[in-house]
Design a protein around this ligand. Structure first.
Ligand code: V47
Ligand code: SF4
Length: 359
């Protein structure tokens, strides 16, 4: 099928197949931009969403050892950290009264802490910031803590939700293809486990995000297979709010010999995510990982969300080679970025409700 016929299908809002995605992927950039922007505008008009958020990364100790990870350190390493519960709570208290609407908590998979520890952590963060949503723990962390507590996934998530876990971030997805996953993160929770957590969360009314780690040793077919599995899950349960393509950054990990892909490839990945995932409303250009300039470009390729203000609270990407060593964006900076892209920045909460802000 020719690219123009596939493009017409997208314009008519018809779903494209994996074969059609393969064909479209290398279409001229202007065409991908125009199709993805059209699809973005059908969902979000001229809006670009952001939130006031910060991250808590309680530890970089981890029972796993993913080959692409620049963040994990072994116990005793000078760059290892392991925050106490009081330190986690203090981080939340420090930010009280600043309009924060979301706390994102993700760390390594700690060797010793159990489910009750994390329930207590969520309770304390929630008590410190009662007006903020807690978006916590990747499916990999969740599956590990719940399994070790001897519970089924649904029951574990129910207890975490009761403690104040409002949403689940998209991490841990990496690449769903089982053979490639076994090469790049052999010990990590499986693809089936990742989907079991998100499926159970959606059925409990907990919204989640999804990611892909792309731009390393995967092929185009792996990317399309990944998007296809997400689209099927979303057809079944509908609980994904946002998809976040995560570009592999190659500093400081055991896959460093693999180079990073170009910005052009980032834009194709973004546009094709928007076009293929016709049932996931938001595509996030995570500026901390791309850098601010590429994130701004991403707004012309189907992204409608920039993530948030971050407030210099995450190390995952600076340890993997991102330029910004102390990532933060002011609301003004976000507004200017959206305006330069010909769009309007809109503050949202974790559930994509718009927050009225005085200008
Ligand atoms: O799962 C690890 C990725 C993820 C590298 O849901 C790397 O709103 C690139 O999922 N190069 C965690 N990526 C981050 C994440 C996330 C971030 C922001 C927002 C949300 C959300 C989710 O970081 C991991 C892994 O895929 N990662 N190492 C690396 N070298
Ligand atoms: Fe652990 Fe996550 Fe790093 Fe894998 S990517 S080693 S699970 S911290």
């Amino acid at each position: 099928m020719s690219v123009e016929i596939i493009a017409e299908k997208v314009r008519r809002t018809e779903r494209i197949s994996p074969d059609e995605a393969r064909e479209l992927w290398n279409a001229p950039l202007w065409l991908l931009a125009s199709l993805a922007d059209g699809a973005k505008r059908r969902v979000s008009g001229e809006r670009v969403y952001y939130n006031r958020n910060f991250h808590i990364e309680p530890t970089n100790l981890c029972v796993f050892n993913c080959r692409f990870c620049s963040y994990r350190r072994p116990p005793g390493d000078p760059e290892a950290w392991d925050m106490t519960m009081d330190e986690v709570e203090a981080m939340a208290r420090e930010r009280a009264g600043r309009g924060v609407t979301e706390v994102h908590i993700v760390g390594g998979v700690h060797p010793h802490h159990g489910l009750d520890y994390y329930i207590e952590m969520i309770r304390r963060v929630k008590a410190a910031l009662p007006d903020a949503a807690v978006k916590a723990f990747t499916a990999v962390e969740l599956a590990y803590m719940i399994r070790n507590a001897g519970l089924d996934i649904g029951e574990g998530l129910r207890r975490l939700k009761e403690a104040g876990m409002d949403a689940i971030p998209g991490g841990g997805a990496e690449i769903f293809d089982e053979r490639l996953r076994a090469e790049i993160c052999p010990e990590k929770g499986s693809t089936a486990e990742w989907f079991a957590v998100h499926d159970a969360a959606h059925r409990l009314g907990i919204p989640t995000n999804a990611t892909i780690l792309y731009g390393h040793v995967e092929t185009l077919d792996h990317r399309i297979d990944h998007l296809d599995r997400l689209r099927r899950q979303q057809d079944a349960t509908g609980g994904f709010n946002a998809f976040i393509p995560l570009k592999y950054r190659n500093s400081g990990n055991s896959m460093s010999a693999v180079g990073e892909v170009s910005v052009i490839e980032d834009l194709r990945m973004l546009a094709m995510s928007r076009i293929y995932l016709d049932n996931i409303p938001h595509i996030k250009a995570y500026w901390v990982m791309y850098g601010k300039q590429t994130a701004e470009l991403a707004l012309a390729f189907g992204a409608d969300d920039l993530d948030g203000t971050i407030d210099d609270s995450t190390r995952i990407y600076s340890m993997a080679g991102a330029d910004d060593r102390r990532p933060s964006m002011s609301v003004d900076e976000i507004r200017r970025m959206a305006a330069r892209a010909g769009m309007r920045a809109v503050e949202r909460d974790t559930f994509y409700n718009e927050i009225e802000t005085a200008l």
